[in-house]
Design a protein around this ligand. Structure first.
Ligand code: 4AD
Ligand code: MG
Length: 439
């Protein structure tokens, strides 16, 4: 029996007889020599086969294999700086595990719809492989960062009895003859958790019936939500910037190869150092008004003070900064019911959005929560929310209320920015959007 080795672990096995179990990525032949590019999920190796060594029959079988056939290749491993990946296998045998005829995704260009319809296969392609490895690193980085600071992971439900982020994007579902809604956020439950553990985070899929077809909206996306009791808005922004700085530097450190494959401008990520600038909503409005006067003919930059920012507005605001930027003190009318009002101006909330640079827009939304029972009850009524469904949430103010703050980080938007890719649909294995439920 030969030793089965992953390509990623090759450096420990140079000179040994090994076997690699994988799929045929590509092949070319030159007379009596066949070069097979084999990928095993952890890397790609060039396996060199000579007709003389393996015999006519096996040679011809291998030569006839289609792209993505599964196979186990055995042979001697040697270092070769000219070979892709830096190693080469000198093949002594091949076991064909499964054939693959007319694999739909060839190296030629395909349209996005076609690739999305074949997402289950597209995942094997180099770029998609790199993006999802970065996703893995980003998730591990966020967890390690928060765990390292003593946070407890507290999971929150997906079936919920009420809206938390506005009723227009709720997915309703039948729940034993009653109505349930898919969670838009885990925040309200994380607040309960923070009162039990001090600092917690929830991390899971969240759902919004977004009828928009932008490159920044999924209907199912992953949100990471830390929540800390006795924390205020300032502490919240500090936590957010520290976390982003930490994870970006981890990805630079551990996923350099993937970033290179994606042709990411590394310099832009190396800039991501705290402190991130903080500017008020009002200041952003000044920037937008100035921009409008300087670009009178540009469409789509119209803006009324008091409105929420659109994608184009966010890009304009972020344009002059080389790192993420935190916009705080939004008008209360455009934000959620639970945000605490600013003491110096009741019309503003103690909330912030983090905007990524390079036009990627909002990646984080957070706030200090209303901690006063009577005020919160008033807000629930003002927003026409069903008070009954929020009794448990009000209990958090009835029994030992404290200041509390947290934020929600959109995982796919963050990955899209770190990877420098255009559309967030590639930042999740199986994206769900308005017109995309398959595969
Ligand atoms: O700003 P949002 O709506 O904040 C909340 O849900 C708070 N309850 C979070 C909290 O304070 N614990 O959403 C947070 C983030 C956004 O900044 C964005 O990155 C992402 O979630 N997000 C989406 N990502 C992809 N597709 C969508 N449709 C998204 N909607 C929000
Ligand atoms: Mg938001």
């Amino acid at each position: 029996m030969k030793k089965r080795v992953y390509i990623a672990d090759f450096s420990d096995h140079v000179g040994e007889e090994i076997e690699v179990a994988g799929w045929l990525y590509n092949q070319r032949s030159s007379g009596k020599i066949l070069f097979l590019l084999v990928r095993d999920g952890t890397g790609i190796v060039q396996a060199v086969m000579s007709k003389k060594e393996v015999g006519d029959e096996l040679f011809e079988q291998a030569k006839a294999l289609g792209q993505e056939s599964s196979l186990i290749v055995s042979g001697a491993l040697r270092k070769d700086d000219r070979a892709p990946g830096g190693y080469e296998m000198w093949v002594s045998g091949i076991e064909i595990v499964g054939t693959s005829i007319d694999y739909p995704i060839s190296p030629k260009e395909h349209g996005t719809t076609f690739l999305m319809d074949h997402r289950h296969l597209w995942l094997r392609s180099k770029r998609q492989h790199a993006i999802l490895r970065i996703r893995h690193e980003v998730i591990a980085g966020f967890r390690d960062f928060l765990n390292g600071r003593g946070f407890i992971n507290l999971d929150t439900p997906i079936f919920t009895p009420n809206a938390a982020e506005g009723s227009t994007t709720l997915f309703e579902t039948d729940y034993f003859n009653a109505k349930a809604y898919l969670a838009q956020t885990g925040q309200l439950y994380a607040e309960a958790g923070a009162k039990a553990h001090g600092k917690v985070y929830c991390f899971g899929p969240t759902f919004r019936a977004e009828k928009s077809k932008t490159r920044r909206h999924l209907t199912e996306f992953w949100m990471l939500e830390p929540e800390v009791a006795y924390m205020d808005l300032e502490g919240d922004m500090e936590l957010a910037e520290d976390m982003i700085e930490d994870v970006v530097s981890r990805v630079l450190d551990r996923r350099a190869e993937e970033l290179k494959l994606l042709e990411r401008d590394i310099g832009k990520l190396e800039n991501i150092k705290t402190p991130f600038p903080r500017i008020t909503y009002e200041k952003c409005c000044d920037i937008l008004e100035k921009y409008k006067t300087e670009h009178p003919d540009e469409d789509g930059v119209e803006f009324e003070r008091g409105e929420d920012f659109g994608a184009r507005h966010e890009s304009i605001i972020a344009e002059s900064y080389d790192r993420p930027l935190m916009v705080h003190r939004f008008p209360a009318e455009i934000k959620a019911f639970y945000m605490k009002r600013a003491p110096e101006d009741e019309s503003k909330v103690l909330g912030f959005d983090m905007l990524a640079p390079e036009g990627y827009g909002e990646i984080i939304g957070g706030s200090q929560r209303e901690d006063d029972y009577d005020t919160l009850l008033k807000r629930i009524n003002e927003h026409n929310l069903p008070v009954e469904a929020f009794q448990w949430y009000l209990d958090l103010r009835r029994y030992g209320t404290t200041s509390s703050a947290g934020f929600g980080l959109g995982l796919e938007r963050t990955i899209t920015w770190i990877c420098g890719i255009h559309h967030l649909r590639e930042a999740i294995p199986f994206p769900r959007m308005m017109y995309r439920l398959n595969p």
